[in-house]
Design a protein around this ligand. Structure first.
Ligand code: AQP
Length: 332
């Protein structure tokens, strides 16, 4: 009998244009997982609307993200790629899980605290409940492993707690997922403030590189990246700007930071930054080309997300039915 492949679940929310952080920290690593695991990759549109989105931008970005997944090398035939809102079980399971999640747990989430800081009275309940929807996303597919960046670790911990609580309250229902920590997944920092992560909703465009940024924009942004007055390429926390650029080069070229430091011994920042920019340009150019091509073929994209939703619906409904039955809801 064929052994069950372990299940991986992940997604990206279309809350802005995708950055080099999303690419090097998530997508590029997902490509390496597709042969070994049964992978579900969604475009998390329901997560994006926890903060206000312009409808036409949301529509455009949702298809662009799907195209980026495919262009980066995630093969539609090997993986289940879908749009989160096409699989209603996510919302239904989220409600069922919300009823056994505590306000205290949710209010301790640092991402919620950060994002709601300047919102005054207009913090949406969706933003507060976001981690429960994320728990539903993961638990519905009997996920074994979730590739998460450090920033998402707290949410994954909560998803585990929520799943375990349900298993204890009723009977074993969910696989309790572990984090998948890839050794090559880099955390990419903001180019203007390397103490915070590169983020697609950052206001200063010089802080991030977008996957779809044209080569001249990429070169300009890298040349403006904050460094220091030391003038030597070292891999140390005392030079966070340079360290971040080393991490970017290392993730693209599969070189260790030590190899990079050795190579740039005696050279200044100008050479180093130029090479970093060229590495990013040559990494992203083929992806950009393919994305542009895919976006002109809406029928093809539709065929991918429809097939993905069909499989995701089938698997998630099985889990949802179990949940409903155990809770005491009458079967439909
Ligand atoms: N800078 C980063 N470095 C490494 N990995 C990153 N990821 C995001 N930024 C970096 C990884 O991308 C995946 C999906 O992220 P997401 O878009 O769903 O949410 P996010 O992490 O909240 O990303 P942003 O860009 O910061 O979005 P906004 O600003 O809208 O909240 C995750 O695996 C994440 O680790």
């Amino acid at each position: 009998m064929e052994e069950r492949k372990k299940v991986i679940f992940s997604g990206i929310k279309p809350s802005g244009e995708l950055t080099l952080g999303n690419y090097l920290g998530a997508i590029k690593n997902w490509v390496k997982l597709q042969d070994e695991y049964d992978c579900y990759f969604c475009v998390a549109d329901l997560h994006a609307i926890t903060v206000r989105q312009e409808p036409k931008d949301l529509r455009r970005r949702t298809l662009e993200i799907l195209s980026i997944y495919i262009a980066a090398g995630i093969e539609p035939k090997k993986n289940t790629m879908f749009i989160q809102s096409h699989v209603p079980a996510h919302c239904e399971a989220s409600w069922l899980l919300t009823c056994s999640t505590y306000m205290g747990e949710l209010s301790r989430m640092t991402q919620y605290k950060d994002k709601s800081k300047n919102m005054g009275d207009s913090i949406s309940a969706g933003l507060f409940n976001y981690p429960v929807l994320m728990a539903a996303d993961i638990l519905l597919y009997n996920t074994d492993l979730v590739p998460v960046g450090k920033d998402q670790k707290q949410h994954l911990e909560l998803a585990r707690d929520i799943g375990e609580r349900f298993n204890n309250l009723y009977s074993p229902t969910f696989t309790i997922p572990d984090g998948y920590i890839s050794t090559s997944a880099a955390k990419i920092m903001d180019l203007q403030d390397p103490s915070k992560k590169m983020s697609k909703s950052e206001e200063n465009p010089n802080g991030y590189i977008l996957i779809m940024d044209p080569p001249e924009v990429i070169r300009k942004k890298v040349s403006r990246a904050v460094t220091d007055s030391i003038g030597e390429v070292n891999y140390t926390d005392d030079q966070p700007g340079v360290k971040n650029l080393i991490n970017i080069l290392s993730a693209i070229k599969s070189l260790s930071p030590e190899e990079i430091v050795e190579f740039y011994k005696g050279k200044g920042y100008a050479d180093f930054k130029r090479d970093v920019a060229e590495a990013i340009v040559s990494e992203l150019e083929p992806v950009q080309k393919k994305v542009t091509e895919l976006l002109t073929n809406k029928d093809y994209l539709e065929s991918i997300y429809k097939a993905g939703a069909e499989k995701a619906n089938y698997v998630s409904m099985k889990t949802l039915r179990k949940m409903q039955k155990k809770i005491g809801l009458i079967q439909r």
